[in-house]
Design a protein around this ligand. Structure first.
Ligand SMILES: NC(=O)c1ccc[n+]([C@@H]2O[C@H](COP(=O)([O-])OP(=O)(O)OC[C@H]3O[C@@H](n4cnc5c(N)ncnc54)[C@H](O)[C@@H]3O)[C@@H](O)[C@H]2O)c1
Length: 437
């Protein structure tokens, strides 16, 4: 066994800084509070319910992940949020309509105390929302300074020893990386000059990283996926990851597509559509926000199927993704997939999926895992892009020269091997010849 990497202990309180106090954030906070009190189970969370196999299968060592690596305890989490509307976490949860009364009432007083700080907002980045609870400043640098001040104040008032920031805000309009994103110097000049290509999410991320706080991006916005932020994260020794939580339909895609590919079944088309009625759905109903989401959702299949290596099987498929805002559904999204495949001698077949999911119920455990793993990464001295957290994202952030790994099972293996590496345990290759020698 190798010595592993030195990891600082998870002592003291961990501030979880949430940008956006909407459906996902409020479901996450309420869930953690219920779990802490023993009133519900953290289903879907790898850090709380997952195990990890160590050594040979004959050794039968399979500890819970949370006993294997030192993670912050749920009792030590403190929640701080920003939003462009003043609703507290209880009001936000009521409005989102995800959790039932019997889950909200026991934690109501705690949720009511979580009031969002005024947000950094620019209407052109989320055209469907008109924020009323927003910061003002002379330029974007001043707004970043205000967010840094909010972070410093929270450290003092909550007595925090560490923090992590997670973007759970609305999806911003589509943005391509440009010169202002190309280096930290260009970005900082852009903050001063109010460059229009610097979106609000980038201002929060800049404030977090400059304050030494890791950042995860739950939406498909560019945010930290630009050279300027990678440079800042490297120079401040801070981990970053993103983007776009992998939940409903895309989760299903990255479970199913690797299986079809493994059996070399061909694909002629994958048609996906959704109806969704929450505020996220309303924001995504606007074409420039949807474009950001669409890019993120479309990239997945191309990387898994590798048409460059398998032109006869995957050279020519049609992939479409649609989202329809349909208010009666609220957070309970319904997704349909029609998959046209072909097998032996080219005979066609079809697969239909009808997933009646709950978006925020699927996203909340990801927020928890990301908060705890990013904090772990920082205590282990890992900095910059954390590719091992790809498991959680639709568009995983990678080094510039790499294509992202989308296959959920490869992502999980990468995550668990990273934990083994941190603890100096043998990496698991699944070769297994030694059992037969
Ligand atoms: N739930 C899922 O399954 C899922 C999956 C992938 C990605 N996401 C993304 O996660 C994000 C949150 O989803 P949600 O369902 O909670 O949406 P939501 O609309 O309920 O919450 C988003 C909140 O962000 C706030 N906001 C917008 N711009 C802000 C800003 N600049 N500063 C501070 N607050 C701001 C909004 O007022 C709103 O309260 C969305 O971008 C969504 O696309 C969600």
């Amino acid at each position: 066994m190798e010595p592993g990497r030195p990891i600082k202990p998870a002592e003291g309180k961990l501030g979880v800084f949430l940008v956006g106090l909407g459906a996902v954030s409020s479901t996450f906070i309420a869930g953690v509070e219920l779990v802490r009190r023993g009133l519900a189970k953290p289903i879907g969370s790898l850090t709380q319910m997952g195990t990890i196999r160590l050594g040979k299968r004959t050794e039968r060592r399979v500890p819970p992940i949370r006993d294997f690596v030192p993670l912050a305890s749920l009792d030590d989490l403190r929640f701080i949020a920003w939003d462009i509307f003043p609703d507290n976490a209880y009001e936000a949860a009521k409005r989102a309509g995800v959790l039932a009364e019997h889950h909200l009432e026991p934690v109501r007083p705690t949720l009511e105390q979580i009031e969002p700080l005024p947000g950094v907002f620019q209407q052109e980045y989320v055209k469907r929302l008109r924020g009323t609870h927003v910061k003002s400043g002379r330029n974007k640098r001043e707004l970043a300074e205000q967010v840094k001040q909010d972070i410093a104040d929270a450290f003092r008032t909550h007595g925090l020893s560490r923090g992590v920031m997670i973007w759970c805000g609305s999806t911003e309009s589509y943005l391509r990386p440009g010169p202002v994103h190309a280096s930290l110097a260009a970005f900082e000049a852009g903050l001063e000059q109010n460059a229009p290509e610097i979106s609000p999410s980038m201002i929060y991320a800049y404030a977090a990283l400059s304050s030494g706080i890791p950042f995860a991006n739950g939406a498909p916005n560019l945010t930290v996926d630009i050279p300027a932020m990678v440079e800042l994260a490297q120079s401040k020794n801070v981990p970053i990851c993103g983007k776009d939580f992998k939940t409903g339909q895309t989760l299903m895609k990255t479970i199913l597509a690797p299986g079809l590919k493994a059996r070399l079944l061909g694909l002629t088309g994958w048609f996906s559509t959704n109806i969704l009625g929450n505020r996220d759905g309303e924001v995504l109903d606007e074409p420039s926000s949807f474009k950001t989401k669409e890019e993120s959702k479309l990239s997945v299949l191309d990387v898994i199927f590798r048409k460059d290596l398998y032109p006869e099987l995957y050279g020519n498929y049609v992939h479409q993704v649609h989202i329809h805002y349909y208010p009666p559904r609220g957070d309970n999204k319904e997704g349909w997939d029609n998959i046209d495949i072909f097998g032996w001698l080219g005979y066609p077949m079809q697969i239909k999926i009808n997933f009646l999911c709950r978006d925020s119920i699927l996203a909340a455990p990801l927020v928890l895992d990301l908060a705890l793993f990013l904090d772990l990464a920082q205590r282990a001295g890992m900095r910059g892009i954390q590719e091992w957290l790809s498991f959680y994202f639709k568009s995983p952030q990678t080094a510039e020269s790499l294509y992202p790994e989308h296959d959920l099972f490869i992502q999980l293996m990468k995550l668990k091997n990273t934990l083994r590496y941190l603890r100096g345990e043998e990496l698991i290759t699944h070769l297994g010849l030694e059992y037969y020698d």
